[in-house]
Design a protein around this ligand. Structure first.
Ligand code: NI
Length: 268
């Protein structure tokens, strides 16, 4: 476990950037050229609900650094369960959204494939400092990836990329030059990046106190056992939060919107 939360986020950022070159473009749009630091609203991680490597095992790394569980979410169609975590003392630290695939709801063949991949992990991998950005702990061939893809895009993504941040999220609330997600979307498209249009370019609304959009994941080479292939890696998300009736900003997530954000890594 890391003892410094900033170090953990720096390492997560480095491993994300290594497979997501477009994140530099996004950072240039909203950070450097505006003369300000990009504040991330949240990051997201994915896993399987197998003993020892489930959502809770990933969360333990953040809980050891002062994070606490704040909300839970069900994605019935995608067979996913998720929780979000917030830092108990510093609200400016990114929130953390962790999702897990509910394997018992998947086909016998998918379960067997995933159990077999995961059986290659060393017993202590999950508690190592670097676990959350350690990538893949198994070999996988392209046919297996494609087979997983047919049933669960989520399963295929984790099988190919392993443990790393799936996305970072620019906080619109912290940007002085951009008032809306619409404006952000225009700038992102003008920079040549593609947006995820599942459920519309903007997911959510003022009414649900959260608006989100995201780029489509970069295509990045992965080393499969039978050769290298370009597949969807990671993406950047944008979030604008609105106040609750008590005047404080809503800090949760909207399942209906998150459901569509998942599709940013769809292989098209
Ligand atoms: Ni997100």
């Amino acid at each position: 476990m890391h003892t410094n939360v900033n170090t953990l986020f720096e390492k997560l950022w480095e491993s994300y950037l290594a497979v997501t070159p477009s994140a530099v473009t996004v950072h240039n749009l909203f950070g450097q050229t505006q003369g300000q630091e990009v504040i991330n609203d949240h990051i997201a991680l994915r896993t399987f609900n197998l003993p020892g490597i489930g959502l809770d095992a990933l969360a333990a790394h953040f809980e050891a650094l002062g994070y606490k569980a704040c909300g839970e979410y069900h994605f019935v169609g995608k067979k996913l369960y998720a929780k979000h975590f917030e830092h108990s003392e510093n609200p400016d630290l990114p929130k953390v959204f962790i999702s897990e695939l509910l394997l018992e709801q998947c086909s016998e063949s998918l379960q067997q494939t995933i159990r077999s991949l995961v059986s290659n992990m060393s017993a202590d991998a999950v508690t190592q400092d670097n676990f959350l950005y350690s990538g893949r702990h198994w070999d996988v061939d392209y046919a297996t990836y494609q087979q997983l893809l047919q049933e669960s895009e989520f399963a295929a993504w984790v099988a190919a990329w392993g443990y790393r941040a799936n996305h970072f999220t620019v906080s619109n609330n912290h940007l002085s030059e951009f008032d809306s997600i619409e404006q952000i979307n225009q700038a992102v498209k003008a920079a040549g990046l593609s947006l995820n249009t599942a459920g519309g370019e903007i997911k959510g609304s003022v009414e649900v106190m959260l608006e989100q959009s995201s780029t489509l994941a970069d295509k990045h080479p992965v080393a499969f056992t039978d050769g290298e292939r370009d597949i969807p890696s990671c993406f950047y998300e944008f979030a604008k939060r609105y106040p609750k009736p008590d005047g404080k900003l809503f800090t949760g997530f909207v399942a209906e919107s998150a459901d569509k954000i998942f599709e940013s890594t769809n292989a098209r």
